[in-house]
Design a protein around this ligand. Structure first.
Ligand SMILES: Cc1cc2nc3c(=O)[nH]c(=O)nc-3n(C[C@H](O)[C@H](O)[C@H](O)COP(=O)(O)O)c2cc1C
Length: 338
């Protein structure tokens, strides 16, 4: 028999997705958890000590919450293609008056330190994305009483995660805002999210959460009917006052001149979905090369945000972004609750 999500932890069946790069911060996670959902902190891009401070701050509330980590994937990077991309970005950097950093080829070497902090602090849930973590890390977290989730984008990835020993999977559809967590080389799942959920559910015996493009209670009902134990929403929380979304992205999400979202590698070298802007159009053929490209474009994006220019920075958003409202996080939880 399929195992279900632990009673209570995912009570209202709503998870506030981890959103690295600003939006996820303790007040958002606290508001989600305090209103019957499960709030998340995002460990990606964050220094280990800064993450530990956020975990301690949230732990002091006594609420259950989750913490997400990017797993270094060590994918081969085409250095020549990345260096050529750097040259293409140079005129833009000069226009903005910023210096392009030297390429940084190594991935997030802070992963072990972040994991050590989490093993010590034992948040209720830890989720992984971008790659599978070492099996020993999953086992240590579970021994410490942590519920471990892995983001997957296909039935094959779900099976690999189950074999690794995680407690549940987050089935993420390509409609999702932010980075796409695929870790096996295969085209993205072709059908809609409820079909992905049903296919993942059929492939594994562990609980399945659903993420990607869920913008209405009706969409949440459809994925629950397909077997999802909870919905993980990112974009729906981006305009809440508790989120740390930067003002440029906040304004863009409400700006009707943005007509569509698209997937791009232009900002980070890894496929991610955001509101389509001129940076994405200009550099549509950017090479793969995460996180090197992420670090390369970081000063360009920071300059665009400082100048209030929504055309020059990443505006991560899922396909249902038009449904995201300016409302308290508790109201989002209530709208999507079981
Ligand atoms: C701004 C933003 C940042 C994100 N950062 C992360 C992250 O750090 N870790 C992660 O596992 N997923 C991240 N995601 C993806 C979410 O976990 C989730 O899959 C996605 O938001 C669901 O799709 P939706 O945005 O359409 O609701 C991010 C999404 C957004 C919109």
């Amino acid at each position: 028999m399929d195992r279900e999500l632990p009673e209570g932890l995912f009570g209202a069946g709503v998870v506030g997705a981890p959103m690295a790069g600003g939006p996820s911060r303790p007040p958002l996670a606290e508001a989600v958890s305090a209103s019957g959902g499960l709030g998340f902190l995002a460990g990606g891009y964050k220094a280990p000590d800064a993450l530990a401070r956020e975990v301690d701050e949230l732990s002091a509330t006594g609420l259950a919450f989750g913490v997400n980590l990017f797993v270094p994937a060590d994918e081969p990077v085409d250095r020549e293609a990345v260096l050529a991309y750097r040259e293409r970005l140079r005129p833009l950097a000069e226009r903005l008056g910023v210096e392009l950093p030297e390429p940084r080829w190594a991935d997030d070497d802070a992963y072990p330190a972040k994991l050590a902090h989490l093993l010590e602090r034992r948040p209720a849930v830890v989720s992984f994305t971008f790659a599978l973590p070492p099996a020993g890390d999953v086992a240590s977290l579970r021994r410490a009483g942590v519920f471990v989730l892995q983001t997957v984008t296909s039935p094959d990835e779900a099976r690999a995660a189950e074999e690794l020993g995680v407690d549940g999977v987050v089935a993420q559809h390509a409609a999702a805002g932010g980075h796409f967590g695929a870790f096996l080389p295969a085209p993205a799942f072709a059908g809609p999210l409820p079909e992905l959920v049903a296919a993942v559910r059929a492939a594994v015996g562990i609980p399945v959460l659903a993420a990607g493009g869920i913008g209405t209670a009706e969409a949440a009902r459809a994925v629950r009917a397909a077997g999802a134990g909870a919905v993980q929403l990112g974009t729906a929380f981006l305009r809440t006052p508790e989120a740390g979304t930067n003002p440029v992205q906040r304004a863009a999400l409400a700006d009707p001149s943005f007509e569509r979202t698209a997937q791009t590698r232009a900002f980070s070298g890894k496929t991610a979905r955001g509101l389509e802007n001129s940076f994405m159009r200009e550099y549509a053929d950017a090479p793969a090369g995460y996180p090197t490209v992420h670090y390369l474009t970081a000063p360009l994006r920071a300059a665009a945000v400082a100048a209030g220019d929504a055309q020059g920075t990443n505006l991560w958003a899922g396909t249902a972004w038009k449904e995201a409202r300016e409302e308290p996080a508790a109201d989002v939880v209530a709208r999507f609750a079981v």
